[in-house]
Structures are given as C-alpha cells and as structure tokens.
Design a protein around this ligand. Structure first.
Ligand SMILES: [Zn+2]
Length: 315
C-alpha cells in the first residue's frame, strides 16, 4: 500500500511527463535575422568613415570584421597582395578577407561582396571631392554577411560556406577609366593557378542590396555565366514571397567582381545588385538611404537557398 508521499511523487512525475509530452521544447530557429541589428552593423561600418583600400578606415573595418566573425565561430584568413597606386605608382596593400564555416568541407559555396569604398564621390555634382561613406555601395553587403553570420553555423547543408570580402573593387581616382575589381581578379587567379584542396560549386556576389526601395532583377552576365544558380536564387525568393527579387532581366549588363570569378576562376557566380540608386557615387550614399528590412530580405533568400543548393548546381 503506497503511502501519501509516494502518491504525491507519482502525481508530480505524471504531470512532468504530460507537460513534456504536450509542450515540446521549441527547436532553436535556424534562421535568425534581425533587421535592426543588420542596420546597426551598416551604421557601425559607416561610422568608421570612408574605407578605400589601404586607408585608416579600411584598417578599422578589418579589425571590426575579424573580431565579429571570430566571435561567431568562423575561421578568418587574409589574402594579401600589393598593387601600384593609380596616382603615384607606390605600392598599395590589398587584403581580401576570407571567412570560413566548416573549413574542412571540400565542396564549398562562395558568398562575396566588396568592402572597400570609392575614394571620392565623383558623381556628386556639388561636392565631387567630398566624403564618400558608401552605405549601400560598400557597407550593405558587409552588414548583410555580418547579420547572416548568426545563422550560417546552424544551417543544414553539406557544403562549407566561405564569405569573401574583396578589396580594391573601385580604387578609382578618375571618373572614367581605371582598373576595377583588383581583389576579385587576384582571388580568381590564385584559385586557378594555385588550386586549393577545396572546390567552389558556385558563388553569389551581392552589391548595393541595402537600398530602401530594393528591386533586384536578373543581371545579364549572371544569366550568361551561371543560369542555374540564377534560376535557383529567384525560385527561392518566389517560394518565400520576397517580391524584391523581380524575375525580369535588367536593362544593362553589369561589370562587377563576378566577372573574374566566372571567367578566370570558372566558378559560376551570380551578381545580385540593385543598380537603380540615385545616390550612387555621391555624398548622399548614407545610411538614411538604406534599410535593415532590405538587408534581411536578401539574407532570408540566401539562407534558404544555401540549404537547398543542388550537388550538381555548377555543372
Ligand atoms: Zn561603386
């Protein structure tokens, strides 16, 4: 005959069993994107001031990113080279930043953007020698990847992920001409000439994706070089109901960091870019033109897409 204490213990045990059966502990969400936090990252980067290659602002940004990604469990490495300064020929130190998750994985997906800013806002009619902050043209891609770094380690994917920040995308001191895309060209040549033990199955470049009025159309060079990757990205956006991905072709093809990746490294790479941005290369490219919601929308598409990248996507 059980005593009173034993009955109470049994009742408590039964209640605990029922409670745990009815209220399973909620699984931690894989995707954790916060528009306010993402916008905060964009502001933090812009507060460093202009960030052209080999500048004080760039060095501060490099320190900030090293700390951020290391804290979130990624492996951080640098790819460095010198290039002649377009004005005086002196050596300029360029540094691509490579942030890796699951570095042991031999098949990898490349996510990238440029993180240098144009030295001057030379399209600014009133002040072409003024301060260029590059909130959208520079900081937006960086802020997006800083935000995505909270989710990437939890993704269910068989691929490793590398986020690469290219230096020298526009170390340009004249309105027309000059050599663009120095960092992505160097990265692509190294990948071709000194092949690493891993392979990139495909790549996605983002550029100017922070616009408050975001509309990303299909970019013609991306359609030419990486049609399957392009299709799968826009299909993911459609499934998620992210209408900022507009499944129509852009009017003009874009020369950007993805050209070297496609032509030299032969990594099928898409450029996600909203080129309809009145503040482009002016002093008005500031955080006030950008939105955390826009960043997070691109982030949702990329994170979902990363979990469904087909094994044969690049073929
Ligand atoms: Zn630019």
């Amino acid at each position: 005959m059980p005593n009173k204490f034993f009955i109470v213990v049994m009742q408590v045990a039964l209640m605990v069993t029922l409670a745990s059966a009815e209220e399973p502990v909620a699984a931690k969400p894989v995707v954790n994107l916060d528009p306010q936090r993402a916008f905060g990252y964009l502001e933090d980067i812009c507060k460093l001031g202009p960030r052209p290659s080999d500048s004080k602002g760039m060095t501060k940004q490099q320190e900030l990113l090293d700390t951020h990604f290391t804290k979130l469990g990624a492996q951080v490495s640098w790819q460095e080279f010198d290039t002649p300064h377009p004005k005086n020929g002196g050596p300029v130190r360029m540094k691509n930043l490579i942030v890796s998750w699951h570095p042991q994985a031999k098949k990898r997906v490349l996510l990238c953007c440029h993180y240098d800013t144009r030295p001057f806002p030379d399209r600014d009619k009133l002040n072409p020698g003024g301060i260029f902050l590059g909130a959208n043209d520079g900081a937006s891609g960086v802020a997006l990847y800083m935000e995505m770094a909270h989710s990437i380690p939890k993704l269910e994917t068989t691929f490793g992920v590398d986020v690469v920040f290219f230096d020298g995308e526009e170390f340009i001191f004249q309105r027309d001409g000059g050599k663009y895309f120095l960092g992505s060209e160097y990265f692509s040549q190294q990948y071709r000439d000194r092949p690493p033990s891993h392979r990139y199955v495909c790549g996605v470049l983002v550029d100017m994706i922070g616009d408050k009025k975001l509309a990303i159309r299909r970019e013609p060079n991306s359609l030419k070089y990486a049609p399957t990757v392009n299709r799968s990205l826009f299909e993911t956006a459609r499934k998620l109901g992210v209408t900022e991905f507009v499944p129509l072709p852009m009017k003009q093809e874009i020369n950007d960091d993805h050209i070297s990746l496609n032509e030299i490294a032969r990594i099928p790479t898409v450029d996600l870019i909203d080129f309809d941005y009145p503040a482009w290369h002016t002093t008005k490219d500031t955080p006030s033109q950008c939105s955390g919601e826009s960043l997070v929308k691109v982030g949702r598409v990329l994170l979902e897409w990363l979990q469904h990248v087909p094994e044969d996507i690049g073929r």
